[in-house]
Ligand binder design. Structure first.
Ligand code: HEM
Length: 541
């Protein structure tokens, strides 16, 4: 009987030990089943390239994403793919883009969670990544403030004109024998414009450290490896953001540490500028704000707005983050579009000479360029529009979070899905832009040669999250481009082969076209379509 009791005891112990294994196993099976269901397209869903359980569609997406979508899903308005368990809807036609971004603007005003930022710096904020009331208040304040400084009116225009003159003088002083890194000089001028609006000074030229700052800014928008990692991280953000310890663990990954270091370096710089302004603020506050920081500090003093938790909504920390976003969103985009414009002029010498002829006829060789000249320079305006169509700079748009169930292209889109759009393909729709790959400014001219903007160009997005800096960007593009075309002829740096007289001599248009044909990097997601770096030799006209 002792043996029997011993057997019974052993049996009970085995059962007790087995129980957790069975429980964990069943929970694992249930979780797997749940995640499997989440990553499986349903019959009622839009076309999907394919999806694996749990990890989603990564294995089926080809690079770069916008080309893959243009070729494989040419006839589909909407495509669905899975980033892990997260549904990403990709708008692949203008009709679908409009229906989502314009007709459902409110539901499309969400962005991806700010949880990682909150954990890192103890606060959320900024203009690009936030949503809800915080974003609404900051966007309203920023638009209002930039408008007060003359965005779309004379203030910013004057500042851009002076910067364009500085830029032209610098190029002229360097002489025609020196090849100039266009990215560097244009980047400095464009940054100076934002510096003046935000900091009230031309920091990009005056602060020797600024070049390092600019490099760090560019790293965020220009490094496709960083963007691709970010894209993958999007997959599990909705899950990890609900589990703080997991998120903390993810932020410790070696890849993340480099990004965090750079972001903190930039934030520190913005914060120092805020502190310096705050130290100068009179006790009664600024009577008239001279820049964005002063306007914010004044606003903080006068309006005690609070967030959902009863804490101050406008804070110094959030101001630093908003500044960071203005730089991230506003420098590389404008500089790169200008670089595309100059290369398109070399690739299309007939267009370039018509642009120069029009500018000379209306402004002469030296006259200062202002926005009123737009009304006279129809062909030039059309040329800039065509550059932006073909560049399709922010080629997949920025990611939106859908905040409520909606319907697009006949499909139901559940709340909390993500959405992107194929700017590249929408700009190459042959029904709207016949011979889409040809550079033809004439498509925006009416029968009397007057410029007519196309409603189908979406380089600045649309709806509630459309580019906040559109007017500023348009002003910069026009004034910088016209000033350079008015003053200079330019050519690509003489390469070794043509300088030595040996090898094949390749003309400028062919070399420029080769730069334009440069296939986008072997990366899934490019935030900004960059051209390879190039140098130009400028000759004064
Ligand atoms: C040629 C230059 C530019 C282009 C092509 C461009 C394009 C865009 C695009 C496509 C978006 C995303 C829209 C969406 O989410 O669907 C965007 C957002 C934004 N842009 Fe620009 N942009 C340019 C210049 C600027 C400038 C100069 C500024 C700053 C003064 C700026 C500030 C912003 C901000 C703050 C956002 C986020 C808006 C929000 O989420 O509410 N951009 N831009």
């Amino acid at each position: 009987s002792i043996e029997f009791k011993f057997q019974l005891f052993r049996k009970n112990v085995s059962c007790i030990m087995l129980l957790p294994v069975v429980l964990i196993g069943s929970a694992g099976v249930l979780l797997f089943g749940y995640l499997y269901r989440l990553t499986k397209p349903q019959q009622s869903d839009p076309p999907c390239p394919g999806s694996d359980p749990i990890i989603g569609s990564f294995r089926y997406l080809e690079r770069p994403l916008y080309r893959f979508m243009s070729e494989r899903f040419a006839r589909d308005h909407l495509v669905l793919f899975f980033l892990g368990p997260t549904r990403m809807y990709y708008l692949n036609s203008y009709a679908a883009f409009r229906e989502a971004m314009v007709d459902n603007a409110e539901a499309l005003s969400g962005r991806v969670t700010q949880k990682p930022i909150e954990l890192l710096i103890g606060s959320n904020g900024g203009l690009v990544g936030t949503d809800g009331e915080l974003w609404k208040q900051y966007r309203r304040f920023t638009l209002h403030t930039l408008r007060d400084f003359g965005l779309g009116r004379r203030g910013a225009e004057h500042c851009i004109s002076l910067e364009a003159e500085e830029l032209c003088s610098e190029i002229a002083n360097r002489g025609s024998s020196e090849a100039i890194d266009v990215n560097l000089v244009l980047g400095r001028s464009v940054s100076n414009v934002i510096c003046q609006l935000v900091f009230g000074s031309r920091l990009a030229s005056e602060n020797p450290e600024f070049e390092r700052i600019l490099d760090a800014f560019n790293e965020f928008t220009a490094n496709p490896r960083f963007q691709e990692e970010n894209f993958k991280a999007l997959a599990f953000l909705p899950i990890s953001s609900r589990c703080t310890p997991l998120m903390r663990l993810l932020l410790k990954l070696p890849g993340m540490q480099g990004i965090i270091k750079k972001m903190n370096y930039l934030l520190d710089f913005c914060q120092q500028q805020v502190e310096a302004h705050a130290a100068e603020m009179p006790e009664a506050g600024f009577s008239e704000a001279r820049d964005y920081i002063e306007a914010h500090l004044k606003h903080q003093q006068l309006n005690q707005q609070t967030d959902d938790n009863g804490a101050d909504l406008f804070t110094n920390k959030r101001l630093g983050m908003a500044i960071l976003d203005l730089f991230l969103a506003g420098t590389e985009t404008t500089t790169t579009t200008l670089r595309w414009a100059l290369i398109y002029m070399l690739a299309n010498p007939r267009v370039a000479s018509k642009v120069r002829e029009e500018i000379r006829q209306h402004l002469g060789v030296q006259g200062r360029v202002c926005m009123a000249d737009k009304a006279k320079l129809h062909y030039t305006m059309a040329t800039l529009e065509e550059v932006q169509r073909l560049a399709s700079l922010v080629t997949n748009g920025l990611t939106h979070r859908v905040t409520a169930d909606i319907q697009v292209a006949g499909y139901k889109i559940p709340a909390d899905s993500y959405m992107m759009y194929n700017m590249y393909y929408i700009h190459r729709d042959p029904d709207q832009f016949p011979e889409p790959d040809c550079f033809k400014p004439e498509r925006y001219l009416d029968s009397e040669g007057r410029f007519q903007a196309s409603q189908r160009l979406i380089q600045f997005g649309a709806g509630k999250r459309a580019c906040l800096g559109e007017s500023l960007a348009r002003m910069e593009l026009f004034i910088f481009f016209v000033s350079l075309m008015q003053r200079f002829d330019f050519r690509l740096e003489t390469d070794d082969c043509s300088a030595s007289g040996g090898g094949k001599i390749v003309d400028q248009a062919t070399r420029a076209q080769a730069l334009l044909d440069y296939v986008d990097p072997e990366h899934l997601l490019v935030l900004i379509r960059h051209l390879p770096s190039y140098k130009l030799e400028f000759t004064e006209l």
